[in-house]
Design a protein around this ligand. Structure first.
Ligand code: AP5
Ligand code: MG
Length: 216
């Protein structure tokens, strides 16, 4: 199964990706997570990406595409994958399509997580991420009063780009550069929209209902 999750910042892509990928036994590949790992590791890629991420802008296509090409070439991605946060521009989507075609592969499904801007700002303001296992939490919805991950005991952190001003800019960037992908994938006839409001488990169930017919 080759699957893409799209949706605005805070729609719950990372949250749903962790459950969907484990359900389908495929690797979850999140470009945001890979960039953040490079930023913490102080790599050249991380230094470059950080200048864009801190502003809420997209990292240039050629940098992102090269990184994804490397990741998709790894052994564990040969029988399927779930992409979270990529593609994010129409040129990225075109190159992904051509790259997969060269490898005799294609996407099975693109799942759009649908949620409004107000909910997005609420979700991102309270987001915390585990520095050890990467699990995503919410201070209010998960009733997280301490900074400890209930899954692994790691310390939780707040992302630098979750300040309200940066979140608003990321939403504008989404509308301008990423929303056109919805039409692109609708034209390719592989787009399905899922209502991403309500409890996390319900959203996962709705998503899995759409995915199962394609999962073989
Ligand atoms: P990235 O990390 O991908 O950020 P994003 O797309 O802005 O998405 P988020 O991670 O903010 O939101 P999400 O949809 O994953 O929501 P989450 O599940 O965490 O990218 C960061 C940056 O990297 C970009 O700005 C860019 O600079 C760069 N980048 C990445 N990919 C790129 C690309 N392809 N090209 C160029 N640049 C790229 O959920 C949010 C919160 O809500 C959490 O606290 C969660 O617990 C809570 N929540 C989730 N679901 C629910 C629910 N159903 N009910 C209540 N709360 C919920
Ligand atoms: Mg995410």
């Amino acid at each position: 199964m080759r699957l893409v999750l799209v949706g605005p910042p805070g729609a719950g892509k990372g949250t749903q990706a962790q459950f969907i990928a484990s359900n389908l036994s495929i690797p979850k590949i999140s470009t945001g997570d890979i960039f953040r790992a490079n930023v913490s590791g102080g790599t050249e890629l991380g230094k470059l990406a950080k200048t864009y991420m801190d502003r809420g802008d997209l990292v240039p296509d050629e940098v992102t595409i090269a990184m994804v090409r490397d990741r998709l070439s790894e052994d564990d991605a040969q029988d399927g994958f779930l992409l979270d946060g990529f593609p994010r521009t129409v040129p990225q989507a075109e190159i992904l399509r051509d790259m997969l075609k060269d490898w005799g592969q294609k996407l099975d499904l693109v799942l759009e997580l649908v949620v409004d801007d107000e909910e997005v700002v609420r979700r991102l303001a309270g987001r915390r991420t585990c520095s050890q296992c990467g699990r995503i939490w919410h201070v209010e919805f998960d009733d997280k009063r301490d900074d400890v991950c209930d899954a692994c005991g790691g310390t939780l952190f707040q992302r630098d780009d979750d300040k309200e001003e940066t979140v608003r800019h990321r939403l504008e960037v989404y509308q301008q550069q990423t929303a056109p992908l919805i039409r692109f994938y609708a034209d390719e006839d592989i787009l399905v929209g899922v209502d991403a409001t309500g409890p996390v488990e319900e959203v996962t169930q709705r998503a899995m209902k759409e995915i199962r017919p394609y999962a073989g």
